[in-house]
Design a protein around this ligand. Structure first.
Ligand SMILES: Cc1cc2nc3c(=O)[nH]c(=O)nc-3n(C[C@H](O)[C@H](O)[C@H](O)COP(=O)(O)O)c2cc1C
Length: 325
Protein backbone atom coordinates (compact mmCIF):
# COMPACT_ATOMS: atom_id res chain seq x y z
CA UNK A 1 0.00 0.00 0.00
CA UNK A 2 1.34 3.47 -0.84
CA UNK A 3 2.26 5.74 2.04
CA UNK A 4 -0.19 8.49 1.07
CA UNK A 5 -2.99 5.90 0.92
CA UNK A 6 -2.20 4.86 4.49
CA UNK A 7 -2.35 8.48 5.60
CA UNK A 8 -5.68 9.06 3.95
CA UNK A 9 -7.07 5.90 5.55
CA UNK A 10 -5.74 6.92 8.98
CA UNK A 11 -7.13 10.40 8.63
CA UNK A 12 -10.49 9.02 7.58
CA UNK A 13 -10.64 6.76 10.64
CA UNK A 14 -9.45 9.37 13.09
CA UNK A 15 -11.52 12.32 11.97
CA UNK A 16 -15.01 11.26 10.92
CA UNK A 17 -16.89 13.77 8.80
CA UNK A 18 -19.69 14.38 11.26
CA UNK A 19 -22.49 15.74 9.11
CA UNK A 20 -24.99 15.64 11.94
CA UNK A 21 -23.71 17.21 15.13
CA UNK A 22 -25.49 15.92 18.26
CA UNK A 23 -28.50 17.88 19.33
CA UNK A 24 -31.30 17.62 21.86
CA UNK A 25 -34.03 15.46 20.36
CA UNK A 26 -37.43 16.99 20.89
CA UNK A 27 -39.65 13.94 20.34
CA UNK A 28 -38.49 10.80 22.06
CA UNK A 29 -40.57 7.66 22.33
CA UNK A 30 -40.78 4.53 24.42
CA UNK A 31 -40.88 1.11 22.74
CA UNK A 32 -41.86 -1.81 25.00
CA UNK A 33 -40.52 0.11 28.00
CA UNK A 34 -37.22 1.07 26.34
CA UNK A 35 -36.66 4.81 25.77
CA UNK A 36 -35.60 5.80 22.25
CA UNK A 37 -34.18 9.32 21.74
CA UNK A 38 -36.33 9.62 18.62
CA UNK A 39 -38.67 7.20 16.80
CA UNK A 40 -36.16 6.19 14.08
CA UNK A 41 -33.84 3.17 14.27
CA UNK A 42 -31.96 1.06 11.74
CA UNK A 43 -33.27 -2.25 10.36
CA UNK A 44 -31.34 -5.49 10.77
CA UNK A 45 -28.72 -6.35 8.16
CA UNK A 46 -28.60 -2.90 6.62
CA UNK A 47 -26.50 -0.94 9.10
CA UNK A 48 -22.71 -0.87 9.27
CA UNK A 49 -21.33 1.00 12.25
CA UNK A 50 -18.03 1.76 10.54
CA UNK A 51 -19.69 3.22 7.44
CA UNK A 52 -22.36 5.17 9.31
CA UNK A 53 -20.05 6.22 12.13
CA UNK A 54 -18.00 8.15 9.59
CA UNK A 55 -20.86 10.56 9.12
CA UNK A 56 -22.68 10.82 12.44
CA UNK A 57 -22.71 9.70 16.05
CA UNK A 58 -24.69 6.43 16.00
CA UNK A 59 -25.84 7.06 19.58
CA UNK A 60 -28.03 9.77 18.05
CA UNK A 61 -30.31 7.14 16.52
CA UNK A 62 -33.45 5.93 18.22
CA UNK A 63 -31.95 2.42 18.12
CA UNK A 64 -29.56 0.25 16.14
CA UNK A 65 -30.67 -3.26 15.20
CA UNK A 66 -27.75 -5.51 14.40
CA UNK A 67 -27.47 -8.25 11.76
CA UNK A 68 -29.04 -11.61 12.67
CA UNK A 69 -26.78 -13.73 14.87
CA UNK A 70 -26.76 -17.53 15.01
CA UNK A 71 -25.17 -19.96 17.51
CA UNK A 72 -22.07 -20.39 15.31
CA UNK A 73 -20.66 -18.63 12.26
CA UNK A 74 -22.81 -18.92 9.13
CA UNK A 75 -21.25 -18.35 5.72
CA UNK A 76 -24.54 -17.42 4.05
CA UNK A 77 -25.56 -18.24 0.49
CA UNK A 78 -23.22 -18.46 -2.49
CA UNK A 79 -23.07 -15.52 -4.93
CA UNK A 80 -24.72 -13.97 -6.86
CA UNK A 81 -26.58 -12.70 -3.80
CA UNK A 82 -28.22 -9.47 -4.92
CA UNK A 83 -30.04 -8.11 -7.95
CA UNK A 84 -31.53 -4.73 -8.69
CA UNK A 85 -35.27 -4.43 -9.19
CA UNK A 86 -37.60 -1.51 -9.89
CA UNK A 87 -37.45 0.78 -6.85
CA UNK A 88 -35.72 -1.86 -4.76
CA UNK A 89 -33.36 -4.78 -4.52
CA UNK A 90 -33.63 -8.55 -4.26
CA UNK A 91 -31.17 -10.12 -1.84
CA UNK A 92 -30.37 -13.65 -0.73
CA UNK A 93 -27.47 -13.04 1.64
CA UNK A 94 -28.65 -15.99 3.75
CA UNK A 95 -27.98 -14.57 7.22
CA UNK A 96 -24.20 -14.60 6.97
CA UNK A 97 -22.75 -13.70 10.39
CA UNK A 98 -19.77 -14.54 12.60
CA UNK A 99 -21.83 -16.20 15.36
CA UNK A 100 -23.08 -15.10 18.76
CA UNK A 101 -19.75 -15.44 20.62
CA UNK A 102 -18.05 -13.07 18.20
CA UNK A 103 -21.04 -10.74 18.45
CA UNK A 104 -20.80 -10.66 22.24
CA UNK A 105 -17.06 -10.10 22.22
CA UNK A 106 -16.78 -7.46 19.48
CA UNK A 107 -19.92 -6.09 17.85
CA UNK A 108 -22.18 -5.50 20.83
CA UNK A 109 -19.52 -3.94 23.12
CA UNK A 110 -18.48 -1.62 20.29
CA UNK A 111 -22.00 -0.31 19.76
CA UNK A 112 -22.76 -0.08 23.48
CA UNK A 113 -19.42 1.70 23.97
CA UNK A 114 -20.55 4.28 21.44
CA UNK A 115 -23.73 4.81 23.46
CA UNK A 116 -26.22 3.19 21.06
CA UNK A 117 -29.51 1.61 22.09
CA UNK A 118 -29.02 -1.86 20.63
CA UNK A 119 -31.53 -4.42 19.40
CA UNK A 120 -29.90 -7.82 18.86
CA UNK A 121 -31.50 -9.70 15.96
CA UNK A 122 -31.64 -13.48 16.51
CA UNK A 123 -31.46 -15.99 13.64
CA UNK A 124 -31.91 -19.75 13.65
CA UNK A 125 -32.41 -22.80 11.45
CA UNK A 126 -34.41 -24.54 14.19
CA UNK A 127 -35.82 -23.88 17.68
CA UNK A 128 -32.57 -25.06 19.31
CA UNK A 129 -30.57 -22.46 17.37
CA UNK A 130 -32.81 -19.61 18.52
CA UNK A 131 -32.69 -20.89 22.11
CA UNK A 132 -28.90 -21.09 22.17
CA UNK A 133 -28.57 -17.51 20.97
CA UNK A 134 -31.23 -16.12 23.30
CA UNK A 135 -29.61 -17.88 26.26
CA UNK A 136 -26.33 -16.07 25.56
CA UNK A 137 -27.92 -12.72 24.77
CA UNK A 138 -30.03 -12.86 27.94
CA UNK A 139 -26.93 -12.07 29.99
CA UNK A 140 -25.67 -9.38 27.59
CA UNK A 141 -25.95 -5.58 27.41
CA UNK A 142 -28.41 -5.70 24.47
CA UNK A 143 -31.39 -3.44 25.17
CA UNK A 144 -33.92 -5.53 23.24
CA UNK A 145 -33.96 -8.84 21.35
CA UNK A 146 -35.58 -9.25 17.95
CA UNK A 147 -36.50 -12.78 16.89
CA UNK A 148 -36.27 -13.06 13.13
CA UNK A 149 -38.88 -15.61 12.10
CA UNK A 150 -39.30 -13.97 8.71
CA UNK A 151 -36.15 -14.41 6.61
CA UNK A 152 -37.10 -15.81 3.17
CA UNK A 153 -33.52 -16.76 2.29
CA UNK A 154 -32.83 -19.78 4.50
CA UNK A 155 -34.22 -23.25 3.87
CA UNK A 156 -34.90 -24.11 7.54
CA UNK A 157 -36.11 -21.81 10.30
CA UNK A 158 -36.68 -18.17 9.37
CA UNK A 159 -39.87 -17.67 7.40
CA UNK A 160 -41.07 -21.27 7.85
CA UNK A 161 -41.67 -20.43 11.54
CA UNK A 162 -43.10 -16.98 10.87
CA UNK A 163 -45.77 -18.27 8.49
CA UNK A 164 -47.12 -20.90 10.90
CA UNK A 165 -48.86 -19.69 14.08
CA UNK A 166 -48.46 -23.11 15.74
CA UNK A 167 -44.71 -23.29 15.08
CA UNK A 168 -44.32 -19.68 16.21
CA UNK A 169 -46.27 -20.36 19.41
CA UNK A 170 -44.04 -23.36 20.13
CA UNK A 171 -40.89 -21.27 19.60
CA UNK A 172 -42.17 -18.50 21.87
CA UNK A 173 -43.02 -21.04 24.60
CA UNK A 174 -39.36 -22.02 24.51
CA UNK A 175 -37.79 -18.54 24.29
CA UNK A 176 -40.03 -16.39 26.45
CA UNK A 177 -39.06 -17.87 29.84
CA UNK A 178 -35.37 -17.48 29.01
CA UNK A 179 -35.14 -13.71 29.43
CA UNK A 180 -36.85 -10.62 30.81
CA UNK A 181 -35.40 -8.49 28.03
CA UNK A 182 -38.04 -6.93 25.79
CA UNK A 183 -38.61 -9.42 22.98
CA UNK A 184 -39.62 -8.27 19.51
CA UNK A 185 -40.92 -10.74 16.94
CA UNK A 186 -40.18 -9.71 13.36
CA UNK A 187 -42.99 -10.64 10.98
CA UNK A 188 -43.05 -11.53 7.31
CA UNK A 189 -45.51 -10.05 4.82
CA UNK A 190 -45.46 -13.37 2.90
CA UNK A 191 -48.69 -14.59 4.49
CA UNK A 192 -52.40 -14.29 3.77
CA UNK A 193 -53.35 -13.07 7.24
CA UNK A 194 -50.55 -11.27 9.07
CA UNK A 195 -52.86 -10.50 12.00
CA UNK A 196 -53.15 -14.20 12.91
CA UNK A 197 -49.35 -14.55 13.04
CA UNK A 198 -49.10 -11.33 15.06
CA UNK A 199 -51.66 -12.70 17.52
CA UNK A 200 -49.68 -15.94 17.94
CA UNK A 201 -46.55 -13.91 18.72
CA UNK A 202 -48.40 -11.72 21.24
CA UNK A 203 -50.03 -14.72 22.92
CA UNK A 204 -46.60 -16.33 23.12
CA UNK A 205 -45.35 -13.37 25.14
CA UNK A 206 -43.85 -11.01 22.54
CA UNK A 207 -43.45 -7.50 23.99
CA UNK A 208 -43.34 -5.89 20.57
CA UNK A 209 -43.73 -6.71 16.87
CA UNK A 210 -41.66 -5.43 13.98
CA UNK A 211 -42.74 -5.58 10.35
CA UNK A 212 -41.99 -6.11 7.56
CA UNK A 213 -39.12 -8.36 6.56
CA UNK A 214 -38.59 -8.76 2.81
CA UNK A 215 -41.07 -10.12 0.24
CA UNK A 216 -40.16 -13.18 -1.81
CA UNK A 217 -39.08 -12.15 -5.31
CA UNK A 218 -36.63 -12.88 -8.10
CA UNK A 219 -34.98 -11.59 -11.27
CA UNK A 220 -34.09 -13.55 -14.41
CA UNK A 221 -31.14 -12.85 -16.69
CA UNK A 222 -32.69 -12.75 -20.18
CA UNK A 223 -29.35 -13.57 -21.78
CA UNK A 224 -29.33 -17.01 -20.15
CA UNK A 225 -32.96 -17.48 -19.18
CA UNK A 226 -31.78 -18.35 -15.66
CA UNK A 227 -32.29 -16.64 -12.26
CA UNK A 228 -29.70 -13.95 -11.49
CA UNK A 229 -29.47 -14.90 -7.82
CA UNK A 230 -27.76 -18.23 -7.03
CA UNK A 231 -30.47 -18.98 -4.44
CA UNK A 232 -32.97 -18.37 -7.29
CA UNK A 233 -35.38 -16.38 -5.14
CA UNK A 234 -34.54 -13.66 -2.65
CA UNK A 235 -36.13 -10.99 -0.50
CA UNK A 236 -37.39 -7.75 -2.03
CA UNK A 237 -36.80 -4.54 -0.09
CA UNK A 238 -36.71 -0.82 -0.78
CA UNK A 239 -39.18 1.90 -1.78
CA UNK A 240 -41.32 -0.64 -3.72
CA UNK A 241 -42.31 -2.42 -0.47
CA UNK A 242 -43.33 0.76 1.36
CA UNK A 243 -47.11 0.46 0.76
CA UNK A 244 -46.97 -3.24 1.71
CA UNK A 245 -45.27 -2.56 5.04
CA UNK A 246 -47.69 0.24 5.78
CA UNK A 247 -50.72 -1.99 5.18
CA UNK A 248 -49.23 -4.69 7.42
CA UNK A 249 -48.82 -2.22 10.29
CA UNK A 250 -52.35 -0.94 9.71
CA UNK A 251 -53.86 -4.45 9.81
CA UNK A 252 -51.92 -5.61 12.86
CA UNK A 253 -52.71 -2.41 14.73
CA UNK A 254 -56.42 -2.92 14.00
CA UNK A 255 -56.23 -6.49 15.34
CA UNK A 256 -53.98 -5.79 18.34
CA UNK A 257 -54.59 -2.28 19.69
CA UNK A 258 -52.07 -2.45 22.54
CA UNK A 259 -48.88 -4.14 21.41
CA UNK A 260 -45.96 -1.89 20.41
CA UNK A 261 -45.15 -2.04 16.68
CA UNK A 262 -42.00 -1.04 14.82
CA UNK A 263 -42.78 -0.19 11.19
CA UNK A 264 -40.20 -1.20 8.57
CA UNK A 265 -40.20 -1.24 4.79
CA UNK A 266 -39.17 1.28 2.15
CA UNK A 267 -38.57 4.21 4.50
CA UNK A 268 -36.25 6.79 3.00
CA UNK A 269 -37.79 10.06 4.19
CA UNK A 270 -39.38 11.67 7.22
CA UNK A 271 -42.71 11.74 5.38
CA UNK A 272 -42.72 7.97 4.91
CA UNK A 273 -41.75 7.44 8.55
CA UNK A 274 -44.66 9.68 9.53
CA UNK A 275 -47.08 7.59 7.46
CA UNK A 276 -46.04 4.53 9.50
CA UNK A 277 -46.68 6.41 12.74
CA UNK A 278 -50.13 7.41 11.50
CA UNK A 279 -50.79 3.77 10.54
CA UNK A 280 -50.28 2.84 14.19
CA UNK A 281 -46.54 2.21 14.63
CA UNK A 282 -44.73 3.34 17.79
CA UNK A 283 -41.46 3.74 15.94
CA UNK A 284 -39.83 2.92 12.59
CA UNK A 285 -36.60 1.53 11.19
CA UNK A 286 -34.72 2.53 8.07
CA UNK A 287 -33.43 -0.48 6.12
CA UNK A 288 -32.01 -0.69 2.61
CA UNK A 289 -31.85 3.10 2.20
CA UNK A 290 -28.77 2.99 4.45
CA UNK A 291 -27.02 0.67 2.00
CA UNK A 292 -26.76 3.39 -0.65
CA UNK A 293 -26.79 6.36 1.76
CA UNK A 294 -25.24 5.69 5.19
CA UNK A 295 -26.72 8.95 6.47
CA UNK A 296 -30.31 7.90 5.63
CA UNK A 297 -31.34 6.82 9.18
CA UNK A 298 -30.20 10.05 10.86
CA UNK A 299 -31.53 12.20 8.00
CA UNK A 300 -34.94 10.51 8.29
CA UNK A 301 -34.85 11.10 12.07
CA UNK A 302 -34.14 14.80 11.57
CA UNK A 303 -36.81 15.15 8.88
CA UNK A 304 -39.35 13.36 11.06
CA UNK A 305 -38.52 15.60 14.00
CA UNK A 306 -39.45 18.68 11.98
CA UNK A 307 -42.68 17.06 10.85
CA UNK A 308 -43.50 16.09 14.45
CA UNK A 309 -42.93 19.68 15.62
CA UNK A 310 -46.20 20.54 13.91
CA UNK A 311 -48.07 17.53 15.36
CA UNK A 312 -48.26 17.89 19.16
CA UNK A 313 -51.14 15.40 19.50
CA UNK A 314 -49.06 12.65 17.92
CA UNK A 315 -45.96 13.57 19.98
CA UNK A 316 -47.89 13.40 23.19
CA UNK A 317 -48.97 9.84 22.40
CA UNK A 318 -45.52 8.68 21.26
CA UNK A 319 -43.82 10.15 24.34
CA UNK A 320 -46.00 7.93 26.53
CA UNK A 321 -45.46 4.83 24.40
CA UNK A 322 -48.95 5.17 22.89
CA UNK A 323 -49.81 5.32 19.19
CA UNK A 324 -51.95 7.42 16.87
CA UNK A 325 -54.51 4.62 16.41
C1 LIG B 1 -28.99 -6.99 2.62
C2 LIG B 1 -30.10 -7.18 3.64
C3 LIG B 1 -29.85 -7.97 4.77
C4 LIG B 1 -30.86 -8.16 5.71
N1 LIG B 1 -30.60 -8.92 6.83
C5 LIG B 1 -31.57 -9.10 7.77
C6 LIG B 1 -31.30 -9.84 8.97
O1 LIG B 1 -30.20 -10.35 9.21
N2 LIG B 1 -32.32 -10.01 9.86
C7 LIG B 1 -33.57 -9.46 9.65
O2 LIG B 1 -34.46 -9.63 10.49
N3 LIG B 1 -33.83 -8.72 8.54
C8 LIG B 1 -32.87 -8.53 7.61
N4 LIG B 1 -33.12 -7.78 6.49
C9 LIG B 1 -34.47 -7.17 6.32
C10 LIG B 1 -34.48 -5.69 6.72
O3 LIG B 1 -34.14 -5.54 8.09
C11 LIG B 1 -35.85 -5.04 6.45
O4 LIG B 1 -36.82 -5.71 7.21
C12 LIG B 1 -36.24 -5.09 4.97
O5 LIG B 1 -35.13 -4.84 4.14
C13 LIG B 1 -37.36 -4.09 4.64
O6 LIG B 1 -36.92 -2.78 4.89
P1 LIG B 1 -36.36 -1.78 3.73
O7 LIG B 1 -37.34 -1.82 2.60
O8 LIG B 1 -36.29 -0.44 4.38
O9 LIG B 1 -35.02 -2.30 3.34
C14 LIG B 1 -32.13 -7.56 5.53
C15 LIG B 1 -32.36 -6.78 4.39
C16 LIG B 1 -31.37 -6.57 3.44
C17 LIG B 1 -31.64 -5.70 2.25
Amino acid sequence: MREDTVNIEQERNETPTNLYAPHEWRHGTVVAGVPWKNPVGTASGTFNVDACGQFYDVAQLGSVTTKGVSPVEWLGNPGVRTAESPAGTVNAVGLQNPGVDHYLEYDLPKLKGLGATVIANVAGHCDDDYAQVVEKLAASDADMLEINVSCPNVTHGGMSVGTDPVALGRLMDRLRPMTDKPMIVKLTPNVTDIASIARAAAEGGADCLSMINTLVGMRIDIRTGEPIIANRTGGVSGPCVFPVGLACVWRVRAALPDIPIIGIGGIDSGEKALEYLYAGANAVEVGGAALYDPTAPIRVARELEELLDARPELNEKLAKGDTWR
